[in-house]
Design a protein around this ligand. Structure first.
Ligand SMILES: Nc1ncnc2c1ncn2[C@@H]1O[C@H](COP(=O)(O)OP(=O)(O)OP(=O)(O)O)[C@@H](O)[C@H]1O
Length: 257
């Protein structure tokens, strides 16, 4: 179980631009749950992911996995169980390295082995097989520079890289937003498959309400640092795209967002 407990997050504290985003914010996510997070611009979705990943400081509260706090862990310790895919296909991958080198680096996440010792040749067959499973014909492009791939291809490889080592959590921050609609569909279906096959607990921020309804086991709608809608289980399954859209518009009208 992932728990965000009693979080306070203040941007620019003590200044004219101070913004108290989260005050006593709590959230628990069950193991294996795929949580889709929606909400208007500035509602705090990315900040929440950043807090979970420890990439921004908090003024109060804790993030726990099981009953163990992960707030004070070093990045390499936290990322041993966590993978993240960003909106920008360039993030999380090295454009000047080949796909083989990128995969090799991801494969050795948390280990002492680096590029300095060369690419682990024994793993090449494994990488080919993993790339083939994406169904994008990338298995024959191991020597191609990452930067030469299309946005969708890069995002597929970024997903593979983020989930290559044994993981518990997958964090997806608008990871289909920069892709054309058809490629976004492919990446979304691929993401769902990876999450289910690897039994990951996933948190996905998306502006695509249909993806939230179609793929999430649970939908959270955020507004101004609060969860204003939380649906899981049978209640979620009974929620249609129209329901979510109506609620989204209603909340936006009520709060002037
Ligand atoms: N580094 C920062 N410094 C100051 N304020 C910030 C910073 N990051 C975010 N904020 C503010 O916190 C609020 C929430 O931002 P956040 O990016 O978490 O929202 P979001 O829901 O992910 O938005 P979007 O959908 O536009 O990506 C916004 O008002 C934003 O201006």
């Amino acid at each position: 179980m992932l728990e965000v407990r009693d979080i306070t997050k203040i941007y620019n504290p003590g200044t004219l631009t101070e913004q108290r985003l989260f005050e006593h914010f709590s959230l628990t996510v069950e193991e294996g749950q795929f949580v889709a997070i929606v909400g208007s611009n500035g509602s705090g979705k990315t900040s929440l992911l950043n807090i979970i990943c420890g990439s921004i400081p908090i003024e109060g509260g804790d993030v726990l996995v099981g009953s163990r706090s992960i707030s004070k862990l070093k990045d390499y310790q936290r990322y041993a169980t966590m993978g993240r895919v960003y909106q920008d296909p360039a993030a999380g991958t090295c454009p000047n390295l080949t796909m083989l080198e990128n995969l090799s680096l991801a494969d050795n996440k948390g280990g002492s082995y680096g590029l300095g010792r060369g690419v682990n040749k024994k793993r090449i067959d494994f990488y080919r097989q993993q790339l083939a499973s994406l169904g994008l014909g990338l298995e024959d492009k191991l020597d191609v520079r990452m930067g030469a791939l299309s946005g969708g291809q890069r995002q597929a490889v970024a997903l593979l890289m983020a989930t290559m080592t044994p993981l518990k959590f997958l964090i997806l921050d608008e990871h289909t937003a920069a892709l054309d609609p058809k490629t976004a569909e492919v990446i979304m279906a691929l993401t769902d498959r990876v999450i289910r096959e690897k039994h990951l607990t996933a948190m996905m921020v998306t502006h695509n309400l249909r993806y939230a309804v179609e793929y999430g086991d649970r939908i959270l709608m955020m507004n101004r640092g609060r969860v204003v809608l939380d649906r899981a289980g049978a209640e979620k399954r009974a929620t249609s795209m129209d329901d979510i859209l109506t609620m989204f518009n209603q909340i936006s009208l009520e709060t002037g967002n």
